[in-house]
Design a protein around this ligand. Sequence first.
Ligand SMILES: NC(=O)c1ccc[n+]([C@@H]2O[C@H](COP(=O)([O-])OP(=O)(O)OC[C@H]3O[C@@H](n4cnc5c(N)ncnc54)[C@H](OP(=O)(O)O)[C@@H]3O)[C@@H](O)[C@H]2O)c1
Length: 252
Amino acid sequence: MSALVTGASGGLGREVALALARGGHDVAVHYRGDAAGAEETAAGVREAGRRAATLHADLDVPLGEPDVLETRCADLLERCAERLGEPAVVVLNAFPQHQVAWEELDAAAWDAYHRAGLRPSAVLLHRSAARMAEGGVVVVVGSIEGLRAMPGHAPYAVAKAALHHLVGAAAHELGRRGVRVVGVSPGLVERAGLAQAWPEGVTRYRAAAALGRPVRPEEVAATVAFLASPVASGITGTTVTVDAGWSAGPGW
Ligand SMILES: NC(=O)c1ccc[n+]([C@@H]2O[C@H](COP(=O)([O-])OP(=O)(O)OC[C@H]3O[C@@H](n4cnc5c(N)ncnc54)[C@H](OP(=O)(O)O)[C@@H]3O)[C@@H](O)[C@H]2O)c1
């Protein structure tokens, strides 16, 4: 059985690809800028005993060219099917990570952000689910910022909240065909150098999270693998928060 993970040249996407490989999936590693990183992820998938393919696609397409985005998503899925078989699992992980300050948020900035994030996620969800046989699963990577926005992160938080809603809406559209749509909502994810790069953010997160720490990428990835597996066959239309207990706090 094959899986496609978007934005899997590093970070959380790589951990998800590896977790799915360990769970018995051949994995198509989608990437945009980092071909070497994608090859590294693919090598890890092969080490886990599964087949891997790296697939390039830039899903940030000018708003005036909707057909180009449709074609690019269709082409990505087609290449995955040709290399590894029709994906039974698609993980929508790719998302812009830059933030736009409130003062900079004019119409062009809103357009640019959603063009790169929410729009391709929605189109790829639609396209991939349409091809899926019964038992197919789409996993959407949201964020705790879809629950509560950080100052200075408005477009990111708004897009992630929309993705959480898309999970429920799409689940209702697709459930009768036996296709599930689920989400994971990670908290601050641990990575090398995070505490040095953003000491005050990590300190605040440690203070706010029930477990007193950020979440580990493998913890998020394991949740994705669980939700994508038949063990989770009764779960659809909902987003599971994996945040070391940050959202359980009072927030004040
Ligand atoms: N890190 C955290 O603390 C955290 C917390 C909550 C949720 N998340 C979510 O987890 C996911 C992975 O994040 P990460 O931290 O691992 O970040 P990351 O390493 O920057 O991964 C993001 C990936 O998405 C790709 N991408 C973004 N926009 C794209 C587009 N329009 N077309 C094609 N590829 C695109 C990037 O490609 P390029 O390399 O070419 O830019 C990159 O491979 C994201 O959905 C993020 O919102 C992360």
